[in-house]
Design a protein. Structure first.
Length: 202
């Protein structure tokens, strides 16, 4: 905040030099939360938000610009910059069929004008790259700052997906089922809110 105020009141002529001089201190919290490589991106994103109250931006001050989705700083429980890098790396390794699946699913998530729920089923023999497609999808959506919920029927299967959990855990499915069983998921709870905000459930 102090750095933004100094920029806002024009106290320093060479703002990029000031940034370089104090970058380690300004990025310290973000480096601790994320990583040495990606921490500075988050510090700059936070600074960009603070600069708007002075009608300034990173670009006008000749500071490095970052491409992080809005509000990522408040709610992301994953490193968006790292997710973007992984998404790019995974996408480059997709074969044509896998790439087509990812394209269809991303289109269903982001170009769904009617906002209607959609359900897709991916099938194939073992070793054909289904988990790789899921992982690419998860990294891509998280890289855009959005939430995803990877679930599986068993704990072992859930470990194949980053952040994966069992369906019983996420949807509060009772272990002992009978004809009248229902999920124990209550409205206006953290779990229900998570389901409402998520872009995709894998």
């Amino acid at each position: 905040m102090l750095f933004a105020m100094i920029c806002g009141f024009g106290e320093v002529e060479e703002v990029p030099d000031l940034w370089v001089q104090h970058q380690v201190s300004l990025c310290e919290d973000f480096v601790h939360r994320y990583s040495e490589q990606t921490g500075p991106h988050y510090a700059l994103a936070d600074l960009e938000e603070l600069l708007t109250s002075y009608n300034l931006s990173l670009q006008t001050l000749h500071l490095p610009t970052v491409d992080l989705p809005a509000s990522v700083l408040e709610r992301a429980n994953f490193d968006v910059v790292e997710e973007q890098a992984k998404a790019n790396s995974y996408t480059m390794q997709l074969n044509s069929e896998q790439r087509n699946v990812v394209k269809i699913l991303l289109s269903a998530v982001y170009n769904n004008a009617a906002d209607t729920p959609k359900c897709y089923f991916l099938d194939g023999p073992a070793g054909t790259g289904k988990t790789f497609v899921y992982s690419t999808l998860l990294h891509t959506i998280r890289g855009r700052g959005d939430d995803v919920i990877p679930v599986a029927s068993t704990g072992i299967a859930a470990t194949l997906l980053i952040g994966g959990r069992t369906a019983h855990s996420v949807f509060k499915i009772p272990i002992d089922l009978n004809a009248t069983s229902t999920c124990n998921l209550k409205p206006n709870t953290k779990e229900a809110d998570m389901l409402l905000k998520t872009k995709i459930i894998v």
